[in-house]
Design a protein around this ligand. Sequence first.
Ligand code: AP5
Ligand code: MG
Length: 210
Amino acid sequence: MKLVFLGPPGAGKGTLAVLVSQEYTIPHISTGEIFRTAIREKTPLGLKVQAVIDAGQLVGDDITIQLVKERLTQEDAKNGFILDGFPRTIPQAEALGEIITIDSAINFDINDTLVVERLSGRRVCKTCNKNYHITFMPPKEEGICDKCGSELIVREDDKIEAITKRLEVYRTQTEPLINFYDSKKMLTNIDASAVSGIVFEAFCKLFPKI
Ligand code: AP5
Ligand code: MG
């Protein structure tokens, strides 16, 4: 299964991708996570993109397309993948179409009020990247990752000014991809406003395991 997860920031793309990746044994490829790891490790890529990401803007198409192109040639992506957060612009979608044919683009349907609530309450493990929400998906012990015991932090781009910027960027640059994939009969809408177990159940019904 070759999937694109499309939707506004905070729609729950990463959360669902973790569950789908386990259930269907396909890799979860998040461009955002790749960039954040590069920033944490202070690689040349990380140093280049940090300011752009922290401000809630998009990294350039050339860098991002090249990164995804290389990732998709890896062995584990041969039988399918979830692209979470890519493509995010029309040029990225066109470039992806030249690399590979996807089965579906899943559009996460959710309103802005819920998005802001989810992003402002998100906490992320600073070591293993696992995501939590202070109300909807709290860790067992406040401020501590269940999986690895490290400290949970607030993503720099989850501060309110950056959230507002990311929503604006989404509207102008990424939302047009809904029509792009719809016109190619490749779009699947999913109601992303429910709790994550219900969103996962809805996904499994739409894409039964063979
Ligand atoms: P990226 O990491 O992709 O961020 P995003 O799209 O803004 O999405 P998020 O990760 O914030 O949200 P999500 O939909 O994954 O939600 P989540 O599951 O975490 O990109 C970051 C940055 O990198 C971009 O701004 C850009 O600068 C750069 N970048 C990345 N890709 C790029 C590209 N292709 N081109 C250019 N630049 C690129 O959930 C959010 C919260 O809600 C969590 O706390 C979670 O616990 C909670 N939650 C999730 N689902 C539910 C639910 N069903 N019910 C209740 N709570 C829920
Ligand atoms: Mg994410």
